[in-house]
Design a protein around this ligand. Structure first.
Ligand code: ADP
Length: 397
């Protein structure tokens, strides 16, 4: 048996899982939370057993990784792990694909810290502690941004002075790349599309949401930009707003750009508009009871999503498949219905029964258009993509 260990580090959390490289089944998984703070703890799941253990107040990523090392040893997996795959949020324009981690790659991830000041430092901590704990294992970085590096200039540039791009790397990068790439490959398999001739829109709709236009396996455009704030209405992120709001708010509220950024990232979107929740389940229940904020928030999310889907056909020139994925895409059949209704003029016919049945891990076609192909639901699996990439990279060693 051989296994790949997957690490996904946040600033105060560490998610890990161990996947069987052949069967692609998750053997065990876990989540360390509140790292660096009070109540740092780790939850592990293995063979149906769930164990919550305290790591001790103030324990950080290092203690979490040490715990994982001991846990893997105790369960008898340690000797069979082939490599570690790390999710890394930002690879700037340096990484167009996943990379074997060496000092040069570490330096380049470090160089991208200004572009992702919250995420990349956490990813680096995860990699460095894993290198100490598992010095014998090859480690691979899988970047959220890499898939979108194929976007043409017209899609990735902002219409701002070019020196801001040249001197300060201000451009659109896009995120969720690992998910969009997984979905493109799964769509080709599921619908039997030609791997060299296909046009797909992947709609990853979760707490964070983005669309990607994918032509012949390459990302042509995506809705997130310099940061994950751009684009669709999300759980707590505003999506597109007029940047003129920033100066206006800083003047009338006497707050700085950091506070405005905080408002747009954490207090906006579904939560900001509904004044209730960022969770679609709560919002649909409230909307049914007549909560106006919830009704408007959901309407806005779906109306703006449909508008963006239409515009994302432009980079493709045609459309074979529109794929819904992510927590909302895979489960919220009412939102999918609203979006397909908005797109009715493209000739989509919704199969209501199929739509309502396609929840909780079920997959399948929910609508068809003679001209624009099929709309379907597929479950994304970023961890599986990380494992496949890690195996591809270490195969070249
Ligand atoms: P993240 O971006 O954090 O990975 P997910 O992809 O897990 O998020 O999506 C989480 C969101 O999915 C929830 O906030 C909720 O809005 C939505 N969601 C999950 N299950 C359902 C459901 N059964 N019905 C409607 N929405 C759901």
């Amino acid at each position: 048996m051989s296994y790949i260990l997957i690490f996904n580090c946040g600033s105060s959390s560490l998610k890990f899982s161990l996947m069987d490289a052949d069967s692609e089944k998750v053997e065990l998984s876990g989540l360390a939370e509140r790292l660096g703070g009070n109540g740092a703890e780790i939850t592990t799941k293995c063979n149906g057993d769930k164990i919550v253990a305290s790591l001790g107040n103030g324990s950080g990523h290092q203690e979490a990784v040490e715990y994982i090392l001991a846990f893997l040893k105790e369960k008898g997996y340690l000797e069979q792990i082939q490599a570690i795959g790390h999710r890394v949020v930002h690879g700037g324009n340096k990484f167009k694909s996943s990379a074997l981690i060496d000092q040069e790659v570490l330096d380049q991830i470090e160089a991208c810290v200004p572009l992702a000041p919250l995420h990349n430092p956490a990813n680096l901590i995860g990699i460095k502690t894993a290198q100490v704990a598992f010095p014998h294992l090859p480690q691979v970085a899988v970047f959220d941004t890499a898939f979108h590096q194929t976007m043409p200039e017209t899609a990735y540039l902002y219409a701002i002075p070019m020196e801001l791009y040249r001197d300060h790397n201000v451009r659109r990068y896009g995120f969720h790349g690992t998910s969009h790439r997984f979905i493109a490959e799964k769509t080709i398999d599921t619908l039997g599309l030609d791997p060299n001739d296909h046009c797909i829109i992947s709609a990853h709709l979760g707490n964070g949401s983005s669309l990607a236009s994918i032509k012949n396996g390459q990302s042509m455009d995506t809705t997130m930009g310099f940061t994950p704030l751009e684009g669709l209405v999300m759980g707590t992120r505003s999506g597109d707003v007029d940047p003129g709001i920033v100066k206006y708010l800083s003047t009338i509220l006497n707050i700085d750009s950091y506070e405005i950024d905080h408002i747009l990232n954490t207090k906006s979107g579904l939560l900001g508009v509904s004044e209730l929740s960022n969770d679609c389940r709560t919002l649909w229940a409230a909307a049914k009871e007549g909560h106006h904020g919830a009704q408007v928030a959901l309407e806005m999310m779906n109306y703006r999503l449909a508008k963006k889907i239409v515009s994302y056909i432009v980079p493709l020139g045609r459309l074979d498949a529109l794929v819904f994925t992510g927590g909302i895409g895979q489960n919220d059949f009412m939102s999918r219905k609203k979006v397909i209704e908005h797109l009715g003029f493209l000739g989509y016919h919704l199969d209501e029964a199929a739509n309502e049945a396609t929840v909780g891990g079920a997959e399948g076609v929910i609508a068809t258009s003679e001209t624009f192909g099929q709309a379907l639901v597929l479950c994304t699996d970023e961890e599986l993509m990380i494992v496949r990439d890690t195996l591809d990279v270490i195969a070249c060693l």
